[in-house]
Ligand binder design. Structure first.
Ligand code: SF4
Length: 395
């Protein structure tokens, strides 16, 4: 496949359709030395099964491994680290990667336990986990989903899982967008397989999956993210790290020049299930990787109103990611509108005073919930109790 192309395949047999997608993309043709070390980087942000919309389906990774092996590539390693606040070791079990690694005899490197090296990433020095240095060919396998801080997350931001926790925190202190763009120059993504099976349109850690039953392939991570913006109804300019990465030379965000090719394997599956004679070459070809009308995802902006209730300065993903669903629960219960002040969150509040805050960074505030990060449940209970105290005072 060409660098300006994105291939999409729809269906429900995720392993088989991924292998089919990679065959059409001729991924093996891009791997010149079949004995090279191939890294596969899924998204295991938290211990949440893929069906919840946050993590990469293990069947997609299984399809990649089987495809690579069929072409003589056997030096394969999986690598990932969950976000700050959750343990990768738990996510590996909950998401089925312990079983997968055992079944295929592929090692899984928990990057939360790795050492790190300093790398100049196009003018910004970042610390990257040691295991990345040994990889000759990197296959990124992100989930296409919404994100309550950066609006979307797909190929570029997924590489953050290959940093030590301390560096992930520093990313947030640096404003997220710039370091994400520079990271694209520090870790080369040789190929991207996007899990677009049921990503959450708002929350990085899932909870509201929207089923699309699609897997995509791209050679250019910048183009992949620009396309993710289009699907999630954002202008590319609303996600600054994409244009920043393009300016650094990590790829092209030019969707005008992109070719989106789709295979409706799901239609074929359904024809075959109905006993329709879909085996003719002609009929199959009409369903294979054609340009045509693209899918329409529902517009979801659940986090917009919730973000208005928050003052965020350099917040870590997990801290913010737990706060927003907690606020969503309060909104559903009609309690959110009773809050009397904005809620402060983030490393920028360290050593400062204020009214109400989240996490140990706001320990100097009059009211705050402890933890680094506090969980969604702890935040919810803290805010609920706070609101009830306000109500009691007023009555
Ligand atoms: S309390 Fe501060 S350092 Fe800890 S997770 Fe939250 S924002 Fe990050």
């Amino acid at each position: 496949m060409k660098n300006n192309q994105i291939l999409k395949i729809y269906g429900t047999d995720y392993k088989e359709m991924t292998a089919e997608l990679l065959t059409r993309a001729d991924l093996l043709g891009r791997i010149k030395d079949k004995s090279c070390r191939i890294g596969i980087k899924p998204n295991l942000v938290s211990p949440s099964p893929a069906s919840c919309g946050a993590t990469t389906h293990p069947e997609v990774v299984a399809g990649i491994i089987e495809y690579l092996r069929s072409g003589g590539c056997s030096n394969i390693v999986l690598m990932e680290g969950s976000w700050v606040g959750d343990k990768t070791s738990e996510a590996i079990g909950v998401c089925g990667y312990d079983v997968l690694a055992k079944e295929y005899g592929v090692p899984f490197i928990d990057t939360q336990k790795e050492g790190a090296y300093a790398k100049d990433c196009a003018g910004l020095e970042l610390r990257i986990c040691d295991c990345v240095r040994d990889v000759d060919f990197m296959i990124n396998v992100p989930v296409l989903k919404g994100h309550c801080q950066t609006r979307i997350t797909c190929a570029l931001k997924n590489m953050k899982g290959l940093l030590p926790n301390k560096e992930k925190r520093r990313f947030h202190a640096m404003g997220l967008h710039e370091p994400i763009a520079h990271l694209a120059m520090g870790i080369r993504q040789d190929f991207v397989v996007i899990d677009h099976i049921c990503g959450d349109l708002d929350f990085e850690d899932g909870g509201n999956p929207v089923v699309r039953n699609c897997v995509m392939a791209a050679c250019d991570p910048v183009l992949a993210d620009a396309y993710a913006c289009r699907l999630l109804h954002y202008d590319v300019a609303e996600v600054p790290y994409i244009k920043m990465a393009e300016a650094l030379g990590a790829g092209s965000a030019n969707l005008e020049q992109a070719q989106i090719l789709t295979c409706r394997r799901d239609v074929l599956e359904s024809l075959e299930a109905q006993g329709h004679p879909a085996e003719t070459g002609l009929e199959k070809e009409t369903l294979w990787f054609l340009e045509g009308p693209d899918e329409e995802l529902p517009l979801s902006r659940r986090t917009v109103e919730l973000r208005d209730a928050v003052e965020e300065v350099e917040s870590c993903s997990a801290c913010y990611g737990y706060l927003i669903p907690a606020l969503d629960r309060l909104r559903e219960e009609g309690l959110l509108k009773k809050l009397d002040d904005k809620i402060c969150i983030g490393q920028g509040y360290r050593g400062r005073t204020g009214h109400i805050g989240i996490g140990q960074c706001t320990a100097g505030f009059a009211h705050h919930v402890a933890g680094c990060p506090p969980t969604e449940g702890q935040i919810y209970e803290f805010l609920k109790e706070y609101i009830h105290r306000i109500e009691a005072k007023e009555s």
